[in-house]
Structures are given as C-alpha cells and as structure tokens.
Design a protein around this ligand. Structure first.
Ligand SMILES: [Zn+2]
Length: 133
C-alpha cells in the first residue's frame, strides 16, 4: 500500500472540463459528453446539420436551374409569366442575394436573378457580379 488514493486526485471531463470524482478511468461526466467525445475522436462533426439546410439548398438549386434554363433558352434576359415559374416549382421565398437599382429590386440565386415587373410578369437576368464573393 503506497498511500496513494487515485479517487482523491481531481480529474476533468475530456469534453466539458467539469471536475470528475470516482473511478480514475472515468473520462466523461455524462453520456452527452461521452458521445461528443467519441464523435470528436472519430472525426465526426460535433453538431448535426438540421434537415432544412439540405432542403433549402435543394430549393435554391432548383430555382437556379429554372432561371438559368430560361436565360439560356432566350439567349439573354427574358420575362416570363409568374405561373410559368410556379409550374416549374420555382420558390420565390429563397434567394442568395438582393440587388436594387433604378429598375427595382432583383432577387438573385447566385448569378441569376428575377424582378417582378409592373404587369406581374417576372424579368429574369444574369449578372456574374452577384456570384462574386
Ligand atoms: Zn462533461
């Protein structure tokens, strides 16, 4: 007996740093910290991407494809009926940037954008600057 009691020397949770007591081989204070520690050890990111991130990314991609297809088809800026876009499941809620100029406000998805005209039609344009970081 060497008089050393390992249970008396404070040690810390490897995840949150909280002081641990008890068995010396204990590494974490609770299951949450143990799981986080295991994920970190395995190189898995410690937070989970909410599902809506992937869903919104998919919407942005679809929106982009729709705008790009129209511009390509007409070989430049064009205007289409709103329902034409709705038919293709264009989602007006999501975009990546806004540009306001003398003509009005454009909503861009990367380098392709749209603006609502006074008659309700949708003007579609391309502007590479909107995709510059
Ligand atoms: Zn902990």
């Amino acid at each position: 007996m060497n008089g050393f009691n390992p249970n008396f020397s404070p040690f810390e949770c490897l995840t949150c740093g909280k002081e641990l007591h008890g068995r010396r081989d204990k590494k974490y204070c609770n299951d949450t910290c143990r799981n986080a520690g295991n994920r970190k050890r395995k190189g898995i990111d410690s937070w989970y991407e909410p599902l809506f991130i992937a869903q919104i990314n998919a919407i942005l991609k679809r929106n982009y494809k729709i705008l790009k297809t129209e511009v390509t088809k007409h070989n430049g800026p064009t205007s289409v009926g709103r329902f034409h876009l709705v038919d293709k499941e264009f989602n007006f809620k999501y975009y990546t940037s806004i540009l306001t100029n003398h003509a009005g406000t454009y909503h861009f998805i990367y380098d392709h954008g749209w603006r609502e005209l006074e008659d309700g039609r949708i003007m579609i344009v391309m502007n590479p600057k909107q995709a510059e970081l």
